[in-house]
Design a protein around this ligand. Structure first.
Ligand SMILES: C[S@@+](CC[C@H](N)C(=O)[O-])C[C@H]1O[C@@H](n2cnc3c(N)ncnc32)[C@H](O)[C@@H]1O
Length: 502
């Protein structure tokens, strides 16, 4: 079957645009939450942090992963995953890793392993050992852009060095060095970070069909993963003939920040409807709020552009002046504290991290708009560190403070907004605020059923908590101030609800 026929069967087609290259177009109407396309990666690899806890075949978490007895480098959750991986590419990869260990060389880093796996798979498919399918063959990889001629000299030199290593590792498989260099370029602007249900990174994968989807800062679909399978769902109704888009970058940022990230990694200037707003009054105000300073006039809700967004000294709403130098000094003091807080967090010193994040927040509150992404991220970190310290009341306070900023920075139907409402609902429920829990969890369910699918384990967990909270709220409304039934003993929830601690 050809790729065109495969896509048509999924209600999709490809068109070619002068600036964007190939575009994926809806060939029928898709409704919110509907699956657009799903695909196994052509090649994938776990991050170093995930290698010890996840299965190298299905990428699922397991408390009982067992190492391959030969190379001792990869782990599997069960024998069927091990057998599957062996047939796919581990048989060849294992021999290469054993050889490296015998030569007392280090196991190659994930970025190199991804390309090694890609080269092995291509060779196995070319020799007929592995079968090919319309969405699983090397031609779909080759069709992806490389941006080779735009890639910086320095980067190309490092790709050339890595290509040499790949050649040594995969020997006796024949490889062309320039071709491998181009594979590194392709991966840089086409591969996706594989995340868990709560968007924490787990690994990297190359999905040649999903990669046909171009970027928009106001995307109409979202990419999630079930294990390592990439799943694209519609975030809204997509009319026939409309381009399917997804976001490549963090959307909580000003237009300049998003565009810089897109230019650096993907070599294009985004012209989506959100970016085009940058020149309008509304867009200028929005960018100043997200990354600028707050207006010095207390009654004004405006902001002063800063940093990349044309540093100015006047509020874009009321025109009041501000002391830019003083603000910059405060901002660098906050950044220094933030760095120290993140260090403390990485070394798992939660108490010290909380103290430092609180100091950062105190400064940021004075200089940034209440909906600033900087303040939002610090409060988010505070929420998480308070959860780790079992200070649920403070975690709830910070979660509530982040929500208006989340809704402004991301679209209202973004999975990240849904997840934040889920955290809010769980915190309310843990603290016995059942009515508030029902409101937040209902909101979360509305969003996450669309983004993650109603059958996903996350939505199933959410539905369970929502049912308990609903029953509890109903009980409380019948007997206000009455005795708590056994099931309402909330102290137990703190012990059992580990899933709140990320
Ligand atoms: C993952 S690929 C997307 C598919 C690609 N258009 C193709 O022809 O295969 C990423 C590349 O597509 C192009 N691209 C993606 N989104 C774009 C956009 N919104 N505007 C312009 N170019 C875009 C850029 O060249 C980018 O490096």
């Amino acid at each position: 079957m050809t790729l065109e026929k495969f896509l048509l069967d999924h209600g999709l087609r490809i068109s070619v645009d002068d600036t964007k290259g190939r575009c994926l177009i809806a060939n029928r109407v898709f409704t919110p939450g509907e699956l657009i396309i799903s695909q196994e990666p052509y090649s994938s690899v776990l991050d170093i942090d995930s290698e010890r806890r996840r299965c190298d075949n299905c990428f699922n978490l397991s408390s009982n992963v067992k190492r391959c007895s030969a190379c001792k480098s990869v782990r599997y959750c069960c024998s069927s995953c091990q057998v599957h991986a062996w047939k796919q590419q581990h048989k060849s990869e294992c021999q290469m890793l054993v050889k490296l260990i015998e030569e007392k060389q280090r196991t190659p880093p994930p970025s190199l392993r991804l390309v090694v796996r890609l080269v092995i798979k291509r060779s196995l498919q070319q020799s007929g050992v592995l079968s090919t399918k319309a969405d699983d063959n090397f031609e779909t990889v080759e069709a992806l852009p490389t941006h080779y001629s735009e890639t910086q000299e320095e980067r190309l030199v490092s790709y050339a060095q890595m290509a040499n290593l790949v050649k040594t590792i995969v020997d006796p498989v024949e490889v062309d060095l320039k071709e491998v260099c181009q594979l590194f370029c392709r991966i840089a602007c086409n591969a996706h970070t594989i995340c868990d249900e709560e968007f924490r990174p787990v690994g990297t994968g190359l999905y040649p069909v999903i990669s046909i989807i171009n970027h928009s800062c106001a995307p109409n679909t979202v990419l999630l993963f079930n294990g390592k399978r990439g799943i694209v769902r519609a975030l809204q109704k997509i009319e026939k003939g409309t381009e399917v888009t997804v976001s490549y970058v963090e959307l909580a940022g000003s237009t300049k920040t998003r565009q810089l990230a897109l230019k650096e990694q993907y070599y294009f200037v985004c012209q989506c409807k959100r970016c085009r707003k940058m020149e309008t009054e509304e867009g200028i105000i929005e960018d100043a709020i997200l990354e600028g300073y707050k207006c010095p006039v207390q009654q004004c809700n405006g902001a002063v552009p800063s940093g990349r967004d044309q540093p100015g000294s006047q509020c874009v709403t009321c025109g009041s002046g501000c002391d830019n130098k003083k603000l910059k000094r405060s901002e660098s003091a906050a950044n220094k504290l933030l760095e120290e807080a993140n260090l403390a967090m990485r070394s798992r010193d939660d108490g010290q991290a909380r103290l430092l994040f609180e100091k950062t927040e105190a400064i940021q509150k004075e200089i940034f708009h209440v909906h600033s992404v900087h303040l939002m991220r610090t409060r988010d970190a505070l929420m998480k560190v308070c959860m780790s310290l079992n200070d649920w009341q403070s975690a709830l306070r910070y979660c509530l403070l982040t929500l208006p900023a989340y809704e402004r920075a991301y679209s209202v139907n973004s999975p990240l907004v849904g997840l934040q409402y889920f955290s809010l609902g769980k915190l309310h429920w843990l603290l016995g605020n059942s009515r508030e829990a029902v409101t937040a969890l209902t909101r979360a369910k509305g969003i996450l059923s669309v983004t993650h699918g109603s059958g996903s384990s996350l939505v199933r967990e959410l539905t369970g908590t929502l049912q308990e909270a609903t029953l509890e709220a109903a009980y409380r409304s019948q007997i206000p101030g009455g005795p708590e039934p056994m099931s309402l003993d909330i102290t137990d929830r703190f012990k059992h609800h580990r899933s709140l601690k990320r």
